[in-house]
Write a protein that binds this ligand. Structure first.
Ligand code: 4AD
Ligand code: MG
Length: 361
């Protein structure tokens, strides 16, 4: 259409077009998506068309701006983007969720679960680095928080200690939420997001240790073991416990966390890990830790976990040839998008979701 754009308060977008010319490019008949309610499977099967809907476009616009804001935040603080490989020889986050591919004559390779191990190497050269890309988990979960392919932003830096990780990740979240409130109000309105909840988000976020969290949960009538990872009900309870602020949980039992996390000097069973749990039921949006920087302890942990030593040789080298305290975290993009948009399922927070029963379109 060609025409003159005029301001008009009555129009939902604030403007109207006085059309002077129309050219037909293609005549679409029986467009499958209509204003009536469609089931989610129907829409996901037509994701390539569903993405043209107002709400879906609003989510994608917000997602794009979230990516820009998080990268801006890190660049402003001197981080260098240094992306990490997708095809890798080893697991980072546990062997049970690996996607395996055949790699020519070299045998099995795996789709990356996280760029962290490479980030650690990179941080020993450049100091402050980050990667941002797709990560893969062969998780057979059908929850509203799980995708098999999701995007993760992972900063890693030399000399980072637990408090630095908490500070940096909390500020990144606050910065990004502010940016979306500044630049994406119309999209938040299309999504009918209660923006007061986002406006309330402020740093420092409350932080508690894992054992304090267990105490809060039990007091609230929820059952949880001393070394049991949180499930959805636990995350929901903790996420709403602090009046709408994300909560940072630190000092986790080593048995339920990854092999690379540095043990706490005061308690060998506890690691210096930190998770951030979003309010409103959106769950864990950040997971990070200080890294074990001692060669012998790391080797012991690799053996305890039954991981193949030879593929971690290069990773162990990092503790042999100049090792300094360091750490980082990963922010799960789709969960973060879901929370900011107020969209309950991560499958709408990525253009083409990959879930247990879906790889089409
Ligand atoms: O807690 P995770 O597994 O941590 C790591 O992968 C670390 N290596 C990151 C690091 O320290 N550099 O994952 C980080 C975040 C989670 O907090 C969650 O937000 C998201 O990634 N995530 C998922 N998002 C969607 N679907 C899944 N299956 C996810 N698994 C993790
Ligand atoms: Mg985690």
């Amino acid at each position: 259409m060609e025409g003159e754009v005029r301001k008009d308060e009555r129009a939902p977008s604030g403007v109207e077009v006085g059309v002077s010319n129309v050219k037909l490019h293609q005549l679409s008949e029986d467009y499958p998506i209509t204003p009536k309610e469609h089931g989610i499977d129907f829409l996901l099967q037509r994701r390539h068309l569903w993405l043209r809907s107002r709400k879906q476009m609003a989510i994608m616009r917000i997602r794009s701006e979230i990516i820009r804001a998080t990268c801006d935040f890190l660049y402003e603080r001197g981080f260098i983007r240094m992306d990490t490989p997708i095809l890798t020889p080893a697991a980072c986050e546990g062997t049970t969720t690996l996607f395996e591919v055949e790699y020519f004559d070299l045998g099995a390779a795996y789709l990356s679960q996280s760029g962290q191990l490479y980030n650690e190497a990179n941080a020993m050269g450049l100091g402050k680095v980050f990667c941002f890309g797709p990560t893969f988990r062969a998780e057979k979960s059908k929850t509203r928080k799980h995708l098999n392919e999701f995007w993760m932003l992972e900063p890693e830096w030399a000399y980072a200690e637990l408090n630095d990780l908490i500070e940096n990740s909390s500020e990144l979240i606050r910065y990004t939420v502010r940016r979306i409130l500044e630049t994406r109000r119309p999209e938040l309105a299309i999504l009918e997001r209660d923006t007061k909840k986002l406006e309330n988000v402020n740093t420092p976020f409350p932080h508690i240790t894992f054992s304090e969290a267990v105490g809060i949960l039990r007091e609230g009538g929820l059952e949880i073991g001393d070394k049991e990872d949180f499930g959805a009900p636990h995350e929901e309870f903790l996420g709403d416990y602090f009046g709408g602020q994300p909560v940072v949980v630190t000092h986790w039992p080593k048995d339920i966390k990854a092999f690379y996390m540095k043990r706490d000097g005061k308690d060998d069973d506890v690691v210096l890990g930190m998770d951030i749990i979003a309010p409103e039921g959106y769950g864990e949006i950040v997971g990070g830790s200080q890294r074990e920087d001692d060669f012998d302890i790391l080797l012991k942990r690799i053996r305890e976990e039954g991981l193949p030593e030879e593929v971690f040789e290069w990773y162990l080298d990092l503790r042999k040839y100049g090792s300094v305290p360091h750490g980082g975290y990963g922010l799960g993009l789709e969960r973060f998008v879901g929370w900011i948009c107020g969209v309950d399922h991560v499958r709408e927070c990525i253009a083409y979701p990959r879930t247990l029963n879906r790889i089409f379109p």
